[in-house]
Design a protein around this ligand. Structure first.
Ligand code: HAM
Length: 416
C-alpha cells in the first residue's frame, strides 16, 4: 500500500469546507484592495530562486526540490511565490502599467524539504499578494492592513503583528558588521550552523531556534538602531500609519524573515502565545529584487500566508465555516424499467440545476434509502413498477418519512 510522501497530505472531502471558506475570503479581500490574480508555473529555473531567495538561506541550501529535466534544464519546484511573480512582471511588460501593480496568487503548492511537524510540511499551499512599483510607507501600511483585515475576516482572533525594519543596501552593511562583531565575541556558544552563518549570511543568525544561540540573539545589536535617515523616516511613517489605522503591532528586533530579498519593512502575523511554526503569514519590502532579476530599480512589498496553518487555527479557535452544500435529491428505483426512468429523470433535473445522487447497482429499496440517509440528503425520489405505469414518482421527505405521489414535471418546484 502506498502512502502520501512524508510531509505531504491529502485534502479530504470533509476538509474542503475550510478551504472553500478561505478561498472566498481571499477573493473578496483581493477585490476590495484592487488586486488581480496571477498564476505562475509550479516549477521555474533554479537560478530564479537561488538568486532571489539567496544562496545562504536554508530554503536554497537545504530545502529546494531541484531536478534536471529530460532536456537538461535545471528546474526547481516553487519554494515560494514572490520571485515567480517578479519574473512574470518583467517577462510580460508590466513595468509599463500604472503603479503599483497589484497581483495575488491563491492555492499555490509550495515545496520545501523541511522536517515535517504540525503546521510544517514539505508541500504546503499559500495565498499571497504583491504590490510592485511604489516605496511610499502608506503602501506598507495598506499591505499590512490588508493582511490584518483578511485574518480578521476569517474570524480568527488573538492575533499578533510583529514588525521590524532591516534597512537598505546603504545602512544594512554597517548593521551586519555590528552583528558579526557581536556574534564573533560569542563564537564558542554558537551551534555548528550558526558558525557557518556568521561567515556566510550573518542576518540569518537571528533566525536560529537553538537555545544557546537564542541567548546570543537576545543581546545582539538591533537593526533599527542602524537605519539610515531615509529608512528611519520610512519606518516611523509606517508606524504612524498603523497607529492611524488602529492596528496594534509589536516591534520585534529579531524578526529578519528567512529569505534574503527583504529590505526595510518586515512583518509577520501570528496567533498570540504560539511559536514560529504557527506563523500565519509573513512578508515585507523587497525593493532590490526586481533590479536583481534584470529590471529597473523597482520597490515592492507583499505577503504570503499558509493555508494549512489558517485551517489549523480555524479549527483550534472553533470558527464555524459554512458547510459544503449537500446534493438535494437521492433517486431510488426498483426494476429495470424504473432504472431507465430514473436515469432520464436524474439527467433532466441536473440540467435544471438540481443536484442529484442516483442509486446505482442492484440494491434493495431499503439499502438505497439507507444510503440517502447516511448521505444526509433531504429528499428521495422513488420510482417503482407502479410509478413507471402511471408516469409518476414518489417524493419522500427523509427528515420525517412523509411521502406523496407526484408528477415528475412538478419536482423542481417541490424540492425548494
Ligand atoms: P514565508 O514566510 O517563507 O514567506 O512563507 C509564507 C507563509 O507560508 C508562512 O508564514 C507560513 O504560513 C507558510 N509556510 C511556510 N513554510 C511552510 C511549511 N513548510 N509548511 C506549512 N506552511 C508553511 C514567503 O514565502 C514570502 N514569499 C512571502 C512574501 C510575499 N514576501 C513578500 N511577498
Amino acid at each position: 500500500m502506498y502512502q502520501a510522501p512524508r510531509g505531504t497530505s491529502d485534502i479530504l472531502p470533509e476538509e474542503q469546507a475550510y478551504w472553500r471558506f478561505v478561498e472566498q475570503k481571499v477573493t473578496s479581500i483581493c477585490q476590495l484592495y484592487g488586486y488581480e490574480r496571477l498564476d505562475s508555473p509550479v516549477f521555474e529555473d533554479t537560478g530564479l530562486f537561488a538568486r532571489s531567495v539567496g544562496p545562504g538561506t536554508d530554503v536554497v541550501e537545504k530545502e529546494m526540490y531541484t531536478f534536471t529535466d529530460k532536456g537538461g534544464n535545471q528546474l526547481t519546484l516553487r519554494p515560494e511565490g514572490t520571485a515567480p511573480v517578479c519574473r512574470a512582471y518583467l517577462e510580460h511588460g508590466m513595468p509599463n502599467l500604472p503603479r503599483p501593480v497589484k497581483l495575488y496568487y491563491y492555492f499555490i503548492p509550495v515545496f520545501r524539504y523541511e522536517r515535517p511537524q504540525a503546521g510544517r510540511y514539505r508541500q504546503h499551499y499559500q495565498f499571497g499578494f504583491e504590490a510592485i512599483g511604489e516605496d511610499d510607507p502608506a503602501l506598507d501600511a495598506e499591505v499590512i492592513d490588508m493582511a490584518w483585515q483578511f485574518f480578521l475576516s476569517l474570524g480568527l482572533h488573538h492575533l499578533s503583528l510583529q514588525l521590524n525594519s532591516i534597512g537598505c543596501r546603504q545602512c544594512r552593511p554597517i548593521y551586519l558588521n555590528a552583528l558579526k562583531n557581536h556574534y564573533a565575541s560569542h563564537a564558542t556558544e554558537l551551534c555548528t550552523d550558526c558558525k557557518v552563518r556568521l561567515e556566510r549570511n550573518p542576518l540569518r543568525l537571528l533566525d536560529c531556534k537553538k537555545s544557546s544561540c537564542q541567548a546570543v540573539a537576545d543581546s545582539a545589536p538591533r537593526s533599527t538602531d542602524y537605519l539610515c535617515s531615509e529608512c528611519r523616516v520610512h519606518f516611523s511613517r509606517l508606524k504612524e500609519y498603523l497607529k492611524l489605522l488602529k492596528i496594534p503591532f509589536t516591534l520585534n528586533h529579531r524578526l529578519v524573515r528567512g529569505l534574503d530579498y527583504y529590505t526595510r519593512t518586515v512583518f509577520e502575523i501570528q496567533p498570540r502565545d504560539a511559536g514560529a511554526q504557527s506563523t500565519l503569514g509573513g512578508g515585507g519590502r523587497y525593493d532590490d529584487l526586481i533590479e536583481e532579476l534584470g529590471g529597473k530599480p523597482t520597490p515592492a512589498i507583499g505577503l504570503a500566508a499558509g493555508i494549512e496553518r489558517m485551517v489549523l487555527n480555524l479549527k483550534k479557535q472553533a470558527v464555524a465555516v459554512p458547510p459544503f452544500p449537500r446534493p438535494q435529491v437521492f433517486i431510488a428505483h426498483l426494476g429495470n424499467e424504473a432504472k431507465d426512468e430514473a436515469i432520464k429523470l436524474a439527467s433532466r433535473l441536473r440540467q435544471a440545476s438540481t443536484s442529484i445522487i442516483m442509486a446505482t447497482g442492484q440494491r434493495s429499496l431499503k439499502a438505497q434509502l439507507r444510503q440517502a440517509n447516511t448521505s444526509a440528503i433531504r429528499h428521495a425520489v422513488i420510482i417503482g413498477e407502479q410509478e413507471v405505469k402511471s408516469g409518476t414518482v414518489v417524493l419522500r421527505d427523509m427528515t420525517n418519512a412523509r411521502q406523496k405521489t407526484v408528477n415528475p414535471a412538478a419536482l423542481p418546484g417541490l424540492l425548494g
